[in-house]
Ligand binder design. Structure first.
Ligand SMILES: *Cc1c(COP(=O)(O)O)cnc(C)c1O
Length: 397
């Protein structure tokens, strides 16, 4: 390792825990370590903190429904975004046992896409909605795919690779036209764009702590009032019998705090963070040839840019950036390590010479102007050097 300052622009892979979040969770390890299910007040008092965290998550999502006791009942804490996605999809199939079809997009995160593949192995019919070259969903095809045999439509709110934002309310309405449920993987959207579930058609929504400055290993699933829920993990009576297992108390407290802060800083995501992203993107386009930005430029998350440096390998760029202490990503972290370009860029029909050279920069409120300066300084010589060596690069152009 070198002693250079770390420049972390891989916030769609994971984020730093906010020090305020860490401070909020800390007492729940060595001091308030009681089991919230215990009868004694030492444990029992922890339950109140969990309820407060649930309120904080509900506030960020605009959940206004409460039961007679004034509690939020539409949120279940889980172990991660992946668990929330699985729980939602399997639930839909269990509560609609006669329906054997699921519709999802081709650009879902593996946490949804690979459930689709597993469902196919189990004999379900899964259809994958295509996207155009900007990664926009083919809404007409989606409309044709959803039928009376469809238990669930699952489309992400925002894409982790391109940042594309999908018209989830519209899709929920299409699903409902045919009596199907609608789930959205909102892991990348929560905290970055406003969400209001109080007047939403969305039936189920997944989120994850570590993408919004809470720790890894905690998530939540929203299930609209009136929709039945069969537990994905069966056990004790925790989470009103909907998710067994002693609560990950400290992380749940952290997720609550992170959601409170996300609400406070959502303006910054759309001003300060967006400006950092835009300045990096504009400078790259202005200073280097053969650049393309992948995705729906007008309709994407404020923190994400997916840039193709044509005719060179993204992995090589990442390795050289790493020497400058710069952490970015090529495709999604889950795709890295395989030689194929990401399934998202392939679904968009991005040409191979561009898909292989795609780098994702994803910012957070912890980035600085200086980070952008450093990247802008480090990149051009790296790109020029790799292109010099590339057999695909036309030097005489
Ligand atoms: C990170 C991510 C997930 C998985 O969340 P985990 O908490 O890591 O399981 C799911 N969907 C999207 C879009 C993600 O970016």
């Amino acid at each position: 390792m070198n002693s250079k300052k770390l420049i972390y622009v891989d916030n769609n892979a994971t984020t730093a825990v906010d020090p305020e979040v860490f401070a909020a969770m800390k007492p729940f390890f060595c001091e308030q370590y009681g089991n919230p299910s215990s009868i004694h007040s030492f444990g029992g008092s922890v339950a109140a903190h969990i309820n407060k965290a649930r309120e904080q998550v509900a506030d960020l999502l605009g959940i206004t429904n409460r039961n007679k006791l004034g509690e939020v009942t539409e949120l279940i804490f889980t172990s991660c975004g992946t668990e929330s996605d699985s729980a939602a999809i399997y639930n839909a199939l269990q509560i609609c046992p006669k329906k054997k079809k699921v519709v999802m997009s081709k650009v879902e995160h593996p946490a949804v896409l690979n459930v689709g593949k597993e469902l196919e192995r189990r004999g379900y019919h899964v259809e994958y909605v295509p996207v155009d070259k900007k990664g926009r969903l083919d809404m007409e095809r989606l409309g044709e795919m959803v039928d009376d045999n469809t238990a669930l439509v699952s489309v992400m709110w925002a894409n982790n690779e391109t940042g594309n934002i999908y018209p989830v309310e519209k899709i929920a309405e299409i699903a409902h036209l045919h009596g199907a449920l609608f789930h959205t993987d909102a892991v990348q959207a929560v905290g970055k764009i406003p969400i209001n579930l109080s007047e939403s058609a969305i039936d189920m929504l997944s989120l994850s702590g570590h993408k919004l400055h809470a720790p890894k290993g905690v998530g939540a699933l929203y299930i609209k009032r009136g929709i039945r829920f069969r537990p994905f993990i069966t056990g004790g009576h925790q989470e009103k019998g909907r998710r067994g297992g002693t609560e990950n108390v400290a992380s749940i407290i952290a997720l609550g705090k992170a959601c409170e802060l996300a609400g406070k800083y959502i303006g910054a995501e759309n001003s300060f963070v967006r400006e950092l992203r835009d300045r990096l993107e504009k400078t790259i386009i202005a200073t280097m040839p053969d650049i393309r930005v992948n995705g729906d430029i007008e309709n994407r998350l404020p923190n994400t840019t997916c840039i193709s440096f044509e005719y060179i390998e993204g992995e090589s760029i990442l390795m050289l950036l790493d020497r400058h202490g710069i952490c970015a990503s090529s495709g999604s972290a889950c795709t890295t390590g395989s030689l194929e370009p990401s399934h998202v860029l392939r679904a968009m029909g991005v040409p191979y010479t561009a898909a292989h050279g795609a780098i994702r920069f994803s910012f957070s409120r912890f980035n600085t102007e200086d980070d952008v300066d450093k990247i802008i300084e480090a990149l051009p010589p790296i790109i020029a050097w790799l292109r010099e060596m590339s057999p695909f690069w036309n030097k005489d152009k």
